[in-house]
Design a protein around this ligand. Structure first.
Ligand code: NAP
Ligand code: ZN
Length: 366
């Protein structure tokens, strides 16, 4: 057995972890750039907790609260400029994956003043100033991954920034998700589930990473039931947050594969939220495996006897019609097929026709 396992992020999980561990901030820096979306961080208590912790430890901060969903490089540049002007020495990203990923990218731009949206994808490995993550959705796992997924308007796509930016610390308190609307709860939970699935059915999967996958599936046995019955209790919020962290730890090791790579154009061109974009493709992706052994193990952990039962769960949670033409499917398929980084994570040979088939069966159901 041989594997590499690296999870450098210090994780604080539980109720009130920010205030209970406020001294952690002092060890990181003396002036922070706080990065959030437009409004949710101010409503769910996360921004207040960070502000309190910083004021009690005498750390100054500036706020950038303009991160949109699927953050663009333009927004990232704007936030970085504020950070640079104010001489911040660390970044705190509070929110769903969008603000956390934008904060990671800003941490790179601030550390490297010559880097901008034009040259970021043409550079080698870059350092960043430290970044702290506070998730307020249970989905992306970005608080424990090195990835920063950004929108390049120039290339008309979403892509990984290409740098390794693990948060120095993640403060994970599911209370911030208690009032997350039902639709965002579903979409983000499905994102977490797809991380677990794509990380598990992956050429890079190891004994060590499978532990996270299998624990995550165990949690989803409970979470899917509660999502369907709409019993979004505190216990549910805690468990789905934990499952999301497990998914994040797993894809940090293994990466994602087909649904994630194929979902990006559905977000960019069709406006589907990230989790939903992967979710609509997941069942056909699972059906496409010639070797179903590991899928059966996953289903077994979740208490399902066959894939049809998971499909029924997905059908009751996802109700989306995508207006897409055959030409668009062919175009997305070709573009994805040239993305070797996702294809190499898939454990079986796939052809361009297989990709077209997964898109078509998922999106042209009737
Ligand atoms: P998001 O784009 O961060 O946020 C979606 C919406 O949820 C926003 O309107 C946001 O409002 C709102 N929201 C966030 N927290 C809330 C709360 N506690 N209560 C009420 N509303 C809340 O959604 P996401 O699904 O978490 O992140 C998606 C992004 O993450 C995508 O760009 C995706 O590519 C990326 N991603 C990254 C990784 C990684 O490893 N880095 C993995 C998977 C996905 P505000 O705008 O007001 O905050
Ligand atoms: Zn994802």
């Amino acid at each position: 057995m041989e594997f590499k396992y690296s999870m450098p992020t210090e994780i604080h999980f539980g109720e009130d972890v920010i205030l209970k561990n406020k001294e952690v901030f002092s060890a990181i820096g003396s002036k922070a750039l706080i990065v959030t979306g437009r409004s949710s961080a101010k409503k769910n208590g996360s921004y207040d907790d960070v502000k309190k912790a910083l004021s009690k430890t005498g750390i100054e901060y500036v706020l950038f609260d303009e991160v949109e969903e699927n953050p663009s490089l333009e927004t990232i540049e704007k936030g970085s400029d504020i950070g640079k002007k104010n001489h911040v020495d660390f970044v705190i990203g509070i929110g769903g994956g969008s603000p956390m990923d934008a904060a990671k990218a800003m941490a790179v731009f601030i550390k490297n003043p010559k880097i901008n949206k034009e040259n970021i994808f043409r550079t080698g490995k870059l350092e960043s100033i430290p970044m702290v993550a506070v998730p307020t959705t249970s989905g992306t796992g970005s608080e424990v991954t090195q990835y920063s997924i950004v929108t390049s308007t120039k290339e008309k796509t979403k892509k990984n920034l290409g740098q390794s930016i693990f948060p120095r610390v993640a403060f994970i308190d599911s209370r911030y998700t208690f009032n997350l609307p039902y639709d965002i709860t579903v979409n983000t939970a499905i994102d977490a589930f797809t991380h677990l699935v794509e990380g598990y059915l992956n050429t890079n999967s190891t004994f060590m990473s499978d532990i996270y996958g299998e624990k995550g599936f165990e949690l989803f046995k409970y979470c899917f039931e509660k999502l369907i019955s709409k019993e979004l209790t505190q216990e549910f919020r805690n468990k789905v947050m934990m499952a999301s962290v497990m998914g994040g730890i797993q894809i940090a090791q293994n990466g994602t594969s087909l649904p994630h790579g194929m979902g990006y154009p559905l977000t960019y061109f069709k406006g589907l939220p990230h989790g939903l974009a992967n979710g609509v493709l997941t069942i056909e992706y699972l059906k496409s495996f010639k070797n179903q052994t590991k899928i059966e193990r996953m289903l077994n952990i979740m208490g399902y006897s066959h894939l049809g039962e998971l499909e029924a769960v997905f059908n009751s949670l996802i109700d989306v019609r995508v207006d897409i033409t055959v030409e668009e499917i062919n175009e997305y398929s070709k573009s994805f097929f040239s993305n070797k980084s996702k294809l190499k994570n898939h454990t079986e040979e796939v052809s361009l026709e297989d990709i077209v088939r997964i898109y078509s069966k998922s999106l042209h159901k009737d």
